[in-house]
Design a protein around this ligand. Structure first.
Ligand SMILES: [Zn+2]
Ligand SMILES: [Zn+2]
Length: 363
């Protein structure tokens, strides 16, 4: 475990409003927030955290990423109390705009707490809304709190080399689109076959203009699990981060790549989430003075999501949970064919993404 030099400590962003209705229409996933909080309390991890209650983001703060016309539309949809925010995935309801502002406020609070050096690490269990664009909602994401936090870190605190690592089971398409023309490293690891939502995230998508070569996608076949993931982390993710040398790291820690998740066909267990948390923690201490913001992202199996959050916070705080939070052995394993297909993808990825032509090599 890395030690925390400089500022230290880990903040948990928590508001009682998080425990209400979520943005997805999948009702059985909504209890994950309350369940996650209860698991942190019951395992003693909460005692090792600085709990911070956020204020809802103001409209002018959301304008750093979103258009005024779109925010008007969100507010109108909230007032109407029915319908959808996008093409049909994301319902509108009375209170949806307030929840979006609250989640965004939580992620802006992480930027402030870590940017000012109050804590080294922070986690927003309601954040990670990586599909939202400047002008539209998508995939249960009304606002992009990841890029909102990143813009604050750049503009208010002067960070010049932020990096975004997105391990959600779905491609981080909104984050990539908002940053694609900028030389900011984004890495997304996700299920991909050209049809799976949101249908993007192939190896060929690398950004454009000054951003070309800075936006890396690692597409995984259905059935890929811990072995495949370990190879992706070792062969591409950590080398790319070490070449780029971020001054602050943002981790979209979507836990819907877990084997029990009902929406994604990947087969990660808490062992992979432990490896992801350890990698991000190590990289943050190696390059960023420890500065690490974590956004929870997707996760539609509440018990699995809660365990993955506990694994993360145990890693960041160095506190062992008072009882094990690992998966039990009945969790399904990966498909051997998916491992060999992932290893073949990585042979291509090493050449395309980290070869001699990569701008990451010229610093
Ligand atoms: Zn640390
Ligand atoms: Zn997802």
């Amino acid at each position: 475990m890395a030690s925390c030099g400089g500022s230290s400590g880990t903040a948990l962003i928590w508001h009682e409003g998080f425990a209400g209705r979520g943005f997805s229409p999948i009702q059985r996933s909504w209890p994950r927030y309350a369940l996650g909080y209860a698991l942190l309390r019951d395992t003693g991890l909460l005692d090792a955290l600085h709990v911070h209650r956020p204020a809802p983001a103001r409209r002018r703060e959301l304008l750093a990423v979103h258009s005024a016309a779109y925010l008007d539309q969100l507010l109108a949809a909230d007032r109407a109390g029915s319908g959808v925010l996008d093409y049909g995935d994301t319902p509108a309801w009375r209170g949806v705009y307030r929840r979006a502002r609250l989640v965004a406020g939580g992620s802006l609070a992480m930027a402030d707490l870590v940017g000012r050096g109050v804590v080294a690490h922070a986690f927003n269990p309601a954040g990670g809304l990586h599909h939202a664009r400047r002008d539209r909602a998508a995939g249960f994401c009304p606002v992009n709190d990841v890029v909102l936090a990143l813009r604050r870190l750049q503009h208010r605190y002067g960070f010049r080399r932020p990096a975004v690592l997105d391990v959600d089971g779905h491609h981080g398409d909104g984050t990539q689109e908002l940053l694609s023309e900028e030389p900011i490293l984004t890495l997304s690891i996700h299920q991909y076959d050209g049809r799976f939502f949101p249908r993007t995230g192939s190896l060929e998508e690398i950004g454009s203009g000054p951003g070309a070569g800075y936006h890396l996608n690692l597409p995984l076949p259905r059935g890929a699990g811990d072995r495949a993931y370990r190879a992706v982390l070792e062969r591409i993710v950590e080398p790319a981060l070490n070449l780029y040398r971020p001054d602050i790291l943002l981790l979209q820690y979507g836990v819907d790549a877990h084997a029990l998740d009902p929406l994604v066909g990947l087969r990660l267990t808490t062992r992979s989430y432990q490896a992801i948390a350890a990698l991000a923690h190590r990289v943050a201490h190696r390059h960023c003075g420890g500065r690490l913001l974590v956004f929870s992202g997707g996760g539609y199996h509440p018990e699995a999501a809660a365990r993955c959050w506990a694994v993360l916070l145990s890693e960041l705080t160095g506190r062992a949970p008072s009882r094990p939070v690992d998966d039990d052995p009945s969790v399904p394993g990966e498909e051997p064919d998916a491992v060999s297909r992932t290893l073949a993808m990585l042979d291509q990825a090493e050449e395309r993404l980290l070869g001699p032509a990569s701008p990451l090599r010229s610093g």
